[in-house]
Design a protein around this ligand. Structure first.
Ligand code: NAD
Ligand code: 89Y
Length: 344
């Protein structure tokens, strides 16, 4: 049997609960320690998941434990310092999105990982959803022909602020929080983009940043895509947290409908595909789609560590996603089409 890889989780807040469940689902992994500056959160996580060692200082964690990897589901402003500590101890890192507050900080973290020769992956889970993988397989089959258009739409009115109160105070809000998932998904499905146009809106009063945005991308292989996303959409039923949309090619179309139903229309006719969920005991609606994808993202990270192959959303690869994010904010501020730097 493969030896279990020993890891630690730094940050035991809201979303880390999914990470802890996910790690517990992987037979070849053991979380040996948790760390949170808020001791009560670290202790609660340790107790819930049967983890024996608890730290309130990442420095002490790294000085004490022999780790095969570290998972860091903290908010982005802590990532550079925490990842830097891991690199100094030669410990591979998986960092929750958003990578860092701006592209320069992302670049510094990638350079530090490379200098220490330590693997770094960004936990970007939307592309690891069952839905995204199924769509990608259909595109790869060539059934739709050459891609011409894509729309990825993520609109909700859920009270995101009660679980994630920090989102009300960030200047770069919706593109950083959800747009980044869609930018990565657009790269995954339609390829690299060389032009970005964006308009942002602040609809809810009293928050610091944008809570809706629309991005238009031109892709190098010829398709145009539109990414639209909002936290201020009153809709019944509310599709949170589903990505809906459509993809057109020269030979057919694929519609991403609600509840993970795809409608594929090609030369051979029209068919519907109901994409299944994993059926894990701990997942709960409406979060199941995202919770399943957390485990797939973790599986990919561990497989890439074991095989020595760079993960899909490595720090290096993710620079291209964050270059699109910078371009989107620049476009929204200037009203211009921006050609992002080609980073991968
Ligand atoms: P949170 O504030 O609930 O949790 C963060 C935890 O990190 C807190 O408990 C905090 O005390 C701890 N922490 C902060 N600095 C630390 C340090 N230096 N050392 C140890 N612990 C430290 O935040 P959250 O809502 O769980 O979000 C965390 C990240 O997850 C965010 O970046 C968010 O965007 C992301 N997220 C991703 C998804 C997804 O689908 N991929 C969904 C939700 C949230
Ligand atoms: O923060 C967001 C994310 O990354 O995925 C879903 C979320 O938690 C709330 O919309």
């Amino acid at each position: 049997m493969t030896a279990r890889l020993k890891g630690a989780v730094i940050g035991c807040g809201f979303f880390a609960q999914n990470h802890l469940h996910g790690w517990a689902d992987l037979d070849d992994v053991e979380i040996v320690a948790v760390c949170d500056v808020d001791e009560a959160k670290a202790r609660a996580a340790a107790e819930k998941f049967g983890i024996t060692r608890v730290y309130t200082s990442a420095k002490t964690l790294f000085a004490t434990e022999a780790l095969g990897f570290v998972d860091i589901p903290t908010t982005m402003e802590t990532h550079e310092a925490l990842a830097g500590l891991a690199f100094a101890h030669g410990v591979p890192v998986i960092l929750q999105k958003p990578f860092a507050p701006d592209l320069d900080a992302c670049r510094r973290i990638v350079a530090a990982a490379a200098a220490a020769n330590v693997p770094l992956m960004i936990h970007e889970d939307f592309r690891f959803q069952n839905l995204s993988r199924t769509v990608r397989k259909i595109l790869d089959s060539g059934e739709l022909g050459r891609l011409t258009f894509g729309r990825l739409s993520w609109r909700t009115g859920i009270d995101v602020y009660s679980n994630q109160p920090y989102l009300a105070n960030v200047k770069r809000f919706m593109i950083m929080d959800v747009g980044i998932h869609l930018l990565d998904l657009a790269r995954f499905l339609f390829g690299e983009a060389d032009g970005v146009f964006c308009r942002t809106q602040q609809i809810k009063e009293g928050i610091a940043g944008e809570d809706a945005a629309t991005i238009l991308l031109s892709h190098e292989q010829g398709a145009t895509s539109i990414l639209d996303f909002s936290y201020a959409t009153r809709r019944d039923p509310d599709p949170f947290p589903q990505t809906l949309g459509e993809i057109e090619g020269t030979e057919g179309t694929l519609v991403i409908g609600a509840d993970q139903v795809l409608t594929v229309h090609g030369k051979g006719g029209t068919r519907r595909i109901a994409v299944p969920q994993d059926g894990r005991a701990w997942t709960r609606e409406p979060w199941t789609q995202i919770q399943d994808s957390v485990v797939h993202t973790q599986r990919h990270f561990i497989d890439s560590l074991r095989s020595g192959v760079e993960p899909e959303t490595s720090g290096r690869d993710s620079l291209a996603t964050y270059a699109l994010l910078e371009a989107a904010y620049l476009s929204a501020a200037s009203g211009r089409l921006i050609h992002p730097e080609r980073l991968v």
